[in-house]
Design a protein around this ligand. Structure first.
Ligand SMILES: Cc1cc2nc3c(=O)[nH]c(=O)nc-3n(C[C@H](O)[C@H](O)[C@H](O)COP(=O)(O)OP(=O)(O)OC[C@H]3O[C@@H](n4cnc5c(N)ncnc54)[C@H](O)[C@@H]3O)c2cc1C
Length: 388
């Protein structure tokens, strides 16, 4: 392990690895990433990894759209696979959420994002297997889909290593050393790495990591469940990804035969003790919703399930910023259930902030640390908060 580094990244999920790669691309290669477990051992490895553009705020919509451009040319840009699969993405809301959906689509359209509102009649062309009720309102994104979180994270990690970064697996940060208001080192059980810059990208563990240096962040971890279902492929070879706000759940295809469904009440849960299994009662309730949305899925059978953690902030949007009061300490935290799709632009903007003093690709100031105490929170058009 290096004894000195220009930057130490704490956390080997998709965010830490994307930041490490993007730092290297900007010429900062004397870096170390510390991962206490294995790459993808946190939320990333449990992600449903849907890549959609439907957001209520320009900052996240732009990040999702620019990130989609990276996912679709991942091999060329990063030098490894992402598993990105274009399926199209359908948002379904109830009549009461029509203004929110129309606002979001108009805002996205103005940003150049490929999306539109669609009617039940349009579904016969774009998604004939989907059934909607009178009064349900929809938007469609033809270019959206999903990627493979394992491939994406490993591609970032592999390329960062090739460019000169060091990745230490099974090695945790035991604390960031701060002296005179500046980061001086990151400590590990194998010794100290002297550095002037540390990035906390520790997913659900971030609150604890930052608390060790006296930085308090309003992060709450909540449990979300995922089930893998075998599709009756003779009758249903494929379907699009769907964000079903009307029924508070989501699903997407997972390769040629499987479907991944995300569901649950998103209850607060502790990172060390939460139930990592999917619950059968919640699963059966979600299967009922799925059968209503795609009747051909009523015979789909359960092949396995799990639960993971969303790391949420009060507005369910991330914090991408330098931490207050400690020079050289950066945070990429609080991605709740929608960070994966943003990871290419999160890596780039964080690397720009560290290497150049400010993010230049996208104005990420709405995601600043101080918004909580300023009361300037981002707002969602919907009550289903993960669709932030
Ligand atoms: C069930 C579920 C479904 C989701 N679905 C979607 C979706 O459809 N679309 C989407 O865009 N997003 C989705 N998300 C959200 C997305 O997966 C997350 O926002 C993203 O993966 C967060 O990545 P991360 O790198 O910040 O955190 P993590 O993946 O949790 O990585 C943090 C890493 O830090 C390590 N670590 C922690 N403490 C230390 C330490 N002291 N020293 C060293 N290492 C440490 C951990 O071991 C972990 O590997 C979903 C999330 C979940 C849980």
């Amino acid at each position: 392990m290096r004894a000195t580094a220009d930057v130490v990244v704490i956390g080997g999920g998709v965010m830490g690895c994307s930041i490490l790669f993007n730092l290297a691309r900007l010429g900062i290669t004397n870096t170390v990433l510390l991962e206490k477990d294995i790459l993808n051992g946190g939320s990333t490895g449990r992600s449903q990894s849907i890549c959609r553009m439907h957001y209520s705020n320009p900052v996240t919509a732009t990040m999702a759209w620019e990130s989609l451009g990276v996912f679709t040319h991942f091999e060329e840009i990063i030098g490894g696979p992402s598993g990105f699969t274009e399926t199209g993405y359908l948002v379904v809301v109830n009549e009461q959420d029509r203004p929110g959906l129309e606002h979001n689509v108009a805002m996205q359209y103005a940003l150049g994002i490929d999306t539109m509102t669609v009617t039940a009649a349009d579904l016969s062309d774009i998604a004939p297997m989907v059934s909607v009720a009178e009064g349900e309102v929809m938007a469609w994104e033809p270019q959206s889909g999903y990627a493979d979180p394992y491939l994406v994270t490993s591609s970032y990690a592999n390329r960062a290593r090739e460019l000169g970064a060091e990745i230490c697996l099974g090695l945790e940060s035991t604390g960031i050393e701060v002296d005179g208001g500046r980061v001086r080192a990151v400590n590990t059980p194998q010794g100290r790495i002297e550095t002037a810059a540390a990035v906390v990208a520790a997913g659900p563990w971030s609150k604890g990591e930052l608390a060790k240096v006296g930085v308090d962040v309003p992060l709450v971890t909540v449990r979300h469940q995922v089930a893998s279902l075998a599709r009756p492929v003779d009758r249903l070879p494929l379907h699009p990804a769907v964000g079903d706000i009307a029924q508070s759940f989501s699903f997407r295809p997972d390769g040629p035969r499987m479907t991944l469904m995300g569901f649950g009440d998103d209850e607060e849960a502790d990172v060390e003790t939460y139930n990592q299994l999917a619950g059968m009662d919640d699963l059966n309730a979600a299967k009922g919703k799925l059968a209503r949305r795609i009747p051909a899925m009523s015979n789909a059978y359960f092949r396995g399930g799990w639960a993971g953690l969303f790391t949420t902030t009060p507005d369910w949007h991330p914090v991408l910023d330098a931490a207050p009061g400690v020079d050289g300490l950066y945070c990429a935290i609080g991605f709740s259930g929608h960070g994966f799709k943003l990871s290419p632009m999160i890596g780039l903007t964080m690397a720009e902030m560290i290497a150049q003093g400010a993010a230049s690709s996208i104005d990420i100031s709405p995601l600043r640390f101080s918004r909580f105490e300023e009361g300037d929170l981002l707002e969602s058009s919907y009550g289903y908060r993960v669709l932030a």
